[in-house]
Structures are given as C-alpha cells and as structure tokens.
Design a protein around this ligand. Structure first.
Ligand code: TYD
Length: 339
C-alpha cells in the first residue's frame, strides 16, 4: 500500500515508518519538524526507494491534499501530535490546534481523496485516571489534562467519520510507550539521560503513580496489525501488560546504570495528575495482536540505546530543551515536595 504516516519524524512515527518500509509498503512521511520531530531518527532509511519525506503541517489543508493526491495515498496513519502532558499545561492551545484541528483537516482531506483506511493513533489517557480495573473501549472518556482532552477530541472526531460518512477509520489507544529515539521530556528517557549525567531524577508526588509500559516495537506492530485487520469504526486498546509504579521504574533505571538511589528527588506533582492508567486489550488480542517484549528486557535495551547514542540526546538537551527544563523543573527541584 501507499501509506501516509504523519509525524513520521517523531518517536512512534519513525519506528512505524521503518517497520512499514520493511514490510514492502511505500511510505510518505509528512512532518512539520517541530521541537520533537527529528529526521535523524530516520537517517538509516532516508534514501530508501519507497520512502519520501515532505515537510508540512497537518493543519494545512492544501499541503495535505497535495500529498494525498501526488503520492496516490491509500492509507493514512496519524501519528502527528503534541504529546507531552506537562507542555499541555504550559501551552494548551498548541494541543487543541494540532491534536483536534489537525486531525480534523487530515480526516476531511483523506475522506475527499477516497483514502481506504485511516488509523488515528490515540492514547489510553483519554480514559482519565483509572483507580481500579482496566479501561475497555466502550468506557466513557474522562480526559483530565489539556493533552488528554485534545487527543480525545481527535479520537472522537475520527470515530464520527465512520458514523456519519462510513469513512473507514480505526482508532488505537496505546498505553505509555518507551524505546529508543523518545524525546527526553518523557519519564523514561528523561530519567535515563539524567542518571547518565549524574543529574537528579525529578519524581512527581509520592512516586506511586502507575503506568502500563508498552515497547514502541509492540506498539508499532499493533498499529500495523489494526490497519490491516481492524474493523472499520472500531477502537482498539493497546497496552504492554506491564503495570509499574514510577518509583519502581526509576529504581530499575538506576540499578541498570549502576547509579545511586540518592539521585531520586521527590518533587511536586503536576496539577491534576492521573494516578493510574490501565487498559483491557482483549479486543486487540482477539484480532491477533499480542505484545512480545518483556518490560525488563525492553527497558534494558532502551537504557543501552541511550547509553550508546549520547550524541542524539545531548544535542537535544543542550538546545531548546534547556529552557523548558528550567521552566518545568528549576523551582520544583529547589523546593522538593511540598509538605
Ligand atoms: P510521562 O512520561 O509524562 O507520561 P504520561 O504522563 O503521559 O503518562 O509520565 C509518566 C509518569 O511519570 C507520570 O506518572 C508522571 C511521572 N513523571 C515524573 O515523575 N517525573 C517526570 O519528570 C516526568 C516527565 C514524569
């Protein structure tokens, strides 16, 4: 198939582009190259004969229309998004623009162009904080951050295109994804790179928030599987089945890097933090997908990647990221947890 992957220079998108090229698809990567888009993530496939890169924004209808037409796109996978909860607290409007308006533009242009499959990469954060049990696809959405609410908007807009137009959309709601090439604002790469540099690890609240960790390789396998085999108009939860407290993950990172636990600093949590996310993935499993990367192995491989690819993340951490880090963590690290 001729597949358009939006946000293909980002973390999940770049792994997906590589995977699809490996499975004989032709892939166009449309990416605006904002702060976390990085073409270095795809340097190994930049000259691949079935790969094309187009710099552009999913909010620009004309750009999207041209890409769909010029490359005779048959399927769209929307990975383009603003994705970090902390940044959504600083600048919510960027999230509404890309995650809601951008998804709307992409859906409309894809529908007009007669695209055959449209997969919206959503998130388990749309369910909100889940104190007990596991979210099912039929549960009510209760997003709590501007990020989660914007993703819920894009997710529901996609589903409305099935109800209203019978446009064949699919939605995946993935859990916390980790792996190589993840921008170091997120929990695991931030803690790994800080630990390598003997910098404090800012652990929010009591460190006992829980997440279900999903390898980026398992996540991309799920996206490809759902694109090929999913029922149009259907949502599929995708989780790794590795639920852990943040404190446990932080300690595992330090232990693997042979660093002291004293690097952990408990700092004030986000406003309105989600205590726990957990998804029931029986629908995706019934479709034939199953995660295969054990968390211990996946985490170790990820840590080793950051340990060897220091040039990749040092360039990021000494650039735009520095001001963000200071704004987000400077005061918190000085104050510690409010008693
Ligand atoms: P994150 O990677 O931002 O993903 P999300 O909030 O979308 O689940 O955070 C994962 C968990 O780690 C979450 O409970 C917040 C916590 N966390 C910290 O304790 N310190 C940090 O510096 C970051 C970025 C996250």
């Amino acid at each position: 198939m001729n597949i358009l992957v939006t946000g293909g220079a980002g973390f999940i998108g770049s792994h997906l582009v590589r995977r699809l090229l490996g499975h004989d698809h032709a892939v166009v990567n449309l990416d605006a190259l904002k702060y976390s888009g990085n073409l270095e993530n795809l340097s190994d496939v930049a000259d691949h004969p079935r790969y094309r890169f187009v710099q552009g924004d999913i909010c620009e209808a004309k750009t999207v229309e041209e890409v769909l037409r010029d490359h005779r796109i048959e399927a769209v996978i929307n990975c383009a998004a603003e994705t970090h909860v902390d940044r959504s607290i600083l600048d919510p409007s960027a999230f509404a623009r890309t995650d809601v308006v951008g998804t709307g533009v992409l859906l409309e242009e894809a529908r007009r162009a007669g695209v055959m499959r449209f997969l919206q990469v959503s998130t388990d954060e749309v369910y909100g904080s889940v104190e007990t049990g596991h979210s099912r696809e039929t549960d009510l959405l209760a997003p709590r951050s501007p990020y989660a609410a914007s993703k819920a908007g894009g997710d529901l807009l996609a589903l409305s295109y099935w109800t209203t137009y019978r446009f064949p959309v699919l939605v995946t709601r993935g859990s916390n994804t980790y792996g190589p090439n993840q921008y170091p604002e997120k929990f695991i790469p931030l803690f790994v790179t800080n630990a390598i540099e003997d910098q404090p690890l800012p652990l929010y609240g009591d460190g006992r928030n829980r997440r279900d960790w999903l390898s980026v390789f398992d996540h991309c396998a799920a996206i490809e599987h759902v694109l090929q085999h999913g029922e149009p108009g259907t949502v599929y939860n995708v989780g790794g089945g590795n639920e852990e407290e943040n404190l446990t993950v932080a300690e595992a990172i330090l232990s693997h890097l042979d660093k002291s636990k004293s690097l952990i600093r408990f700092v004030e949590d986000r406003p309105g933090p989600d205590r726990r996310h957990a998804v029931d993935c029986s629908r995706a499993r019934a479709l034939g997908w199953t995660p295969v990367v054990p968390f211990e192995q996946g985490l170790r491989d990820t840590i080793d990647w950051y340990r060897t690819q220091t040039a990749w993340w040092r360039k990021i951490k000494t650039g735009e990221f520095k001001a963000y880090y200071e704004q987000m963590y400077g005061k918190r690290l000085q104050q510690g947890v409010k008693g």
